[in-house]
Design a protein around this ligand. Structure first.
Ligand SMILES: NC(=O)c1ccc[n+]([C@@H]2O[C@H](COP(=O)([O-])OP(=O)(O)OC[C@H]3O[C@@H](n4cnc5c(N)ncnc54)[C@H](OP(=O)(O)O)[C@@H]3O)[C@@H](O)[C@H]2O)c1
Length: 245
């Protein structure tokens, strides 16, 4: 174990998009970051570019739908760092843009495997490491599309059943963990990063990945006594506001 490490973070799905920008932002705060990547070579490529800038970036193979991969990743972080201060559950997918009546159960299942069950599996696997931190933080990447209030009150709300409901479920997961871990001082929050130009939306988003990473980074580095069990959303002007459930 490298006992000199001060703060250590794991970001899932960190080889590109918002996850990569969150990893880079945390690294620039002098935090050691394990970049989780389901494809090791894509992860290594991303990590090398950060290491070349003098940052303490490390790759860990991590497919959030694969329990063997998750356990191996937790083992690697245990060996290399001995603890974890920050977990950013960023990996997420849009399997289908179909409306409810056109969504197959298989599409729904695949969405949940990554966006919901993957978060639970990774969180549980690294919780012993987070418990070794004096100020552990968990950030779950949600979406405005997971808000039931917005869905019920917004005209022409995008009707993607699989993605939207998976993020609604993720919000429930976030509150459940926040409630359980509150007595231990572990802060657990959901962040909607705003509309960010990434592969997920064919780069139609309005914000850059660096801009989209700001709020997740802020919630990953909350001071003691900060909020827990909340959801916050980034606006297009880079302001942020509470996200209604
Ligand atoms: N972009 C937006 O406007 C927006 C808005 C609201 C919320 N979000 C949320 O923000 C998060 C990041 O999205 P993004 O826009 O950056 O998407 P992205 O560019 O498509 O990146 C997604 C990342 O997740 C990884 N991933 C997918 N399935 C995985 C799995 N089973 N195990 C591990 N990693 C996996 C991808 O790896 P590969 O490269 O191997 O595919 C990639 O690194 C997601 O949770 C998304 O729902 C995004």
């Amino acid at each position: 174990m490298d006992k000199t490490l001060e703060r250590v973070a794991l970001v899932t799905g960190a080889n590109k998009g918002i996850g990569l920008a969150v990893a880079e932002g945390l690294l620039r705060l002098r935090i050691t970051v394990f970049l989780g990547a389901r494809d090791l070579s894509r992860g290594t490529t991303a990590t090398k570019a950060l290491v070349a800038q003098g940052l303490d970036a490390r790759t860990v193979q991590l497919d959030v739908t694969d329990q063997t991969s998750i356990e191996a990743a937790a083992d690697l972080i245990t060996r290399d760092a001995g603890k974890l201060d920050i977990l950013v559950n960023n990996a997420g997918i849009v399997v289908s843009h179909a409306s409810p009546s056109e969504t197959s159960v298989d599409e729904l299942r695949r969405s949940y495997e990554t966006n919901v069950f993957g978060v639970v599996a990774v969180t549980n696997a690294v919780l012993p490491l987070l418990r070794r931190s004096s100020a552990a933080r968990i950030v779950n990447l949600t979406s405005d599309l997971g808000s039931l209030t917005l869905a019920a009150t917004t005209e022409n709300f995008p009707p993607l059943l699989a993605y939207n409901s998976s993020k609604t479920a993720l919000n429930a997961v976030t509150v459940a963990y926040a409630n359980e871990l509150r007595p231990e001082g572990i802060l657990v929050n959901a962040v909607s990063p705003g509309s960010v130009a990434t592969d997920q939306n064919g780069h139609t988003g309005l914000l850059t990945t660096e801009q989209g990473a700001r709020l997740p980074i802020r919630m990953a580095t909350l001071p003691a006594g900060g909020p827990t069990g909340t959801a916050v959303a980034a606006g297009e002007d880079l302001s942020h506001h509470p996200l209604v459930w």
